[in-house]
Design a protein around this ligand. Structure first.
Ligand code: NZQ
Ligand code: ZN
Length: 388
């Protein structure tokens, strides 16, 4: 394990088919005014909204409605939510939804009493909050981002063509998150597989770095094994509780800071995918899927030993009689086959991306330095071109 590190995660998790029963206990810890943030209505269709409202009413809470949080939440929605939270003296933000609603809740929590422009402060200058934070709780309905147990908060500025994540400190993590795998049964297949791929990608972003023998990498391989196994079952039977619960738990541990301990991390697939998201508003996990293979083929040689290990440990490639490059290639092929099996978007053209858009995409891409190879702008353009 490299360097000094601290591991602490303040989010309390309630997991399982009866997890929502604990909401009542948690609500007792907060004041009377609860802002209920949610998306575009899936929770009204599947009954989760009614269940949450009944609990809030039983606890005597005043509910401030805050629906309409869009996938890839925008800066304008953030301004609107921050104003609403401030004007209503909200004591708790209860985010009921997927990563978009949870991310948005964190941004609102840190913006309601912020005296500067929150977009500039958190997403351009990456400063820490220096104002009162509103506590957040989360009822998760879509699995993938890990937002239920981390400080990540991704906001899109459509006019500036930027989609940027701020990673808040532990004081702005959800205080509690309620994880009932059954709540994810109503997800459309497109969202389910997009979330599954997001999880896989989060693990890879933290796995493809470093040359030391690191416990974090063994944990990562275990998470990937479990995810591939469960994804195949969920694909056949979306209401298989065992598979959906394993996917949900894997998502949380894939991005709650555990597996980046003692490591540098890459995150370039996310930077490429976020640039695509800023220009097209496409579904997060799908943007990652479309750029992954081209990116990994660009860094393969620089990170060859790790790609060999990935092939052997995750995809069970038999190494006998093969060169390292052949083993690594076979691993990537198995990976690509699994992505196709899930039905992920494998080409950027499916989002309407064209050759002419590539310079703009390159301008929107943040270049990271923790992986096996730091790409220059020409290489980034090449990755986008090969992903078309
Ligand atoms: O808006 P509603 O009606 O709720 O519909 C949502 C939305 O259309 C729907 N949905 C959610 N739960 C459902 C459901 N439909 C039926 N049944 C259910 N139970 O699913 C759609 C997608 O939801 P969304 O929250 O946007 O998806 P996801 O969880 O993938 O979140 C994506 C956002 O999180 C950011 C992404 O960039 C993107 O903005 N990320 C956050 C991260 C973090 N906090 O650490 C890291 C990730 O890498 C990611 O960047
Ligand atoms: Zn992601």
């Amino acid at each position: 394990m490299l360097g000094d590190f601290v591991y602490s995660n303040p989010t309390k998790l309630y997991f399982g088919p009866n997890a929502l029963d604990s909401l009542q206990t948690e609500l007792a810890n907060y004041g009377n005014i609860v802002m209920l943030s949610y998306g575009h209505g899936s929770i009204k269709k599947n009954g989760i909204y009614d269940k949450v409202i009944a609990i809030l009413q039983a606890c005597g809470k005043t509910v401030i409605e805050d629906g309409g949080v869009m996938p890839n939440p925008t800066v304008d929605k953030l301004y609107e939510g921050a104003k609403r939270a401030r004007e209503n003296h909200v004591d708790l933000i209860l985010a009921v939804g997927g990563g978009s609603v949870c991310d948005y809740a964190k941004a609102v929590a840190a913006s309601a009493y912020c005296e500067e422009d929150p977009w500039d402060k958190y997403y351009i200058r990456f400063e820490e909050p220096n104002c009162k934070l509103i506590p957040i709780g989360c009822v998760l309905t879509m699995v993938g981002t890990g937002s239920e147990m981390n400080g990540g908060s991704v906001i899109t500025h459509p006019q500036q063509k930027l989609k940027i994540g701020h990673v808040f400190g532990a004081e702005n993590y959800p205080r509690f998150s309620i994880l009932n795998p059954e709540f994810t049964y109503t997800l459309p297949k497109y969202q389910m597989v997009s979330g599954i791929y997001d999880i896989f990608c989060h693990v890879c972003e933290q796995y493809f770095s470093g040359t030391d023998d690191n416990t974090s990498d063994y944990i990562a391989e275990g998470l990937l094994h479990s995810l591939v196994q469960a994804s195949r079952i969920a694909l056949q039977n979306p209401t298989d509780y065992e598979a959906r619960s394993n996917i949900m738990w894997t998502a949380t541990w894939a991005l709650n800071t555990l597996i980046d301990k003692g490591k540098t991390t890459d995150w370039m697939v996310h930077m490429l995918g976020q640039a695509v998201g800023a220009h097209t508003d496409a579904t997060h996990g799908m943007t990652l899927a479309a750029v992954t293979m081209a990116y990994y083929r660009h860094i393969l040689e620089a990170g060859l030993p790790k790609f060999v290990r990935f092939a052997k440990h995750v995809w069970d490639v038999q190494p006998d009689g093969k060169t390292d490059m052949q083993i690594a290639e076979e691993g990537l092929q198995a990976f690509e086959c699994w992505m196709q099996e899930l039905g992920l978007v494998m080409h950027l053209s499916e989002f309407g991306v064209t050759e002419e858009m590539i310079p703009g995409l390159v301008d929107s891409t943040v270049i990271m330095h923790g992986g096996y190879k730091v790409l220059n702008r020409d290489e980034i353009a090449a990755v986008f071109r090969e992903s078309l």
